[in-house]
Structures are given as C-alpha cells and as structure tokens.
Design a protein around this ligand. Sequence first.
Ligand code: 13P
Length: 235
Amino acid sequence: MSRRVLIAGNWKMNGSSADLDFFQALECRTDVDVLVCLPATLIAKAATLTAQSEIKIGGQDCHAAPKGAHTGDLSAAMLADVGAQYVITGHSERRADHGETDDGVRAKSEAAQAAGLVPVICVGESQDDREAGRHIEIVTAQLAGSLPAEGPFIIAYEPVWAIGTGLTARAEDIAEMHAAIRAALPIGEAVQILYGGSVKPKNAAEILALEDVDGALVGGASLEAESFNAIIASA
Ligand code: 13P
C-alpha cells in the first residue's frame, strides 16, 4: 500500500504573530503533505493565511471533553472551529509536564476524531527503557492504551531521549520500532507512522527513506522555514 509522506512541524511553546511570515516562505510539494502544529494562539491566523494552499494546520493538545468547566483548556471542536485539521495528542512533554496517561490520551484522541480532527498520537520510550531493552514492550503498551478503536489517526514515534537533544535514534532502531508499531496496529497498512526526535536537514533523508517511516514530526527545525523546507525537500 502506498501511504503519503507527511512532514509535520511542532512549534511547541514558540512563536508569535510576527513569525507567521514563515508560511509565505514554505516550499511545498504536491507529493508531500505538510502540517504545522502551532500554539493555539496562532491557529486562527495561520489557518486564514494558508487557506488557499495545501498546508495543513494543527493544534498541540485538546481536552477530552467537548465543553464545560475546564478553565484554560481548549476542546477539539474549538481548534476545528478556527481552522485546525489535526491535533497532537500524548506528546511526551505533555505526558511528563501534565501527567497525561495512556487512557487520557485515548480520550483526547477520540474527542479529536469526534470534532473532525485527525489526532497525531505520540508514543516513545525513555532512555532507561531503551537501555533495559524494554523499548518495544513499552511502546506497544502505550499504543494499546492510547489508540482509539478506529481511525483516522496518525502515530508519531518519538523516543523521549532523542527530543531536543540532537541525538537521533539509529536507522536500524527506527526501522525496528516502526515495523513493530505497524504490526501492532489493527489497520496497520493504512496508518501513517512518523518519526520524531532531532530530525534535521542533515539526517532527514536517511530517516525518511526507511521502510515504515511515512514522515517526520519536527520540533526545533520546524521553527525556521529554511530548515523545514530542507526537510520537506529531502522527503
Ligand atoms: P525536536 O525535533 O526539537 O527534537 O522535537 C521533536 C518533537 O518533540 C516533535 O514533536
């Protein structure tokens, strides 16, 4: 089965209105999907700026409830209302900073689907898990706990120790994990599985060429159009 390549950026807690000229500088290709997951404050503006293009806009988190007394939170429907089409769920930074659990990630992912968004569900092992040889077991358990019963969803495999560290998993380790993730998915052949963790222009081509790697989730290198363009170009 041929799956489209998706290059996704995650701006995390970076960026203001002045940085949205980024979108004028993006060089997209018809054969590669491009998604930028922005701080919630920038989604509406970015969605307007990119409305005539193929660039897709996403959020970085949503609440599991459709509405209600949850001060400071945003529902998936609110993100969709201002133009998001995707939302990241279960990023390791949210699992660490906000104590998010697999059950909670599944609830958020289902809420995203109910609002018409595609969840980009993140999984990944810690350094200790990898050193102990438990990485496959940990990630497949996260998947089992975090996935909605049905698609659509996208999986992002992001080894925690590779995020923001400049360390990238070895090609053989990425290939091993992506194959294990695909084998664990009930609708495996159709699902896009992204790799994330210090994806840069210099290593993107090697990673994106791996079987079962359908794209990348890019943090730091998605903040500048030049480096993000270089990653899109290497897909
Ligand atoms: P970096 O590319 O900065 O390592 O971040 C990866 C990530 O967490 C994307 O979600």
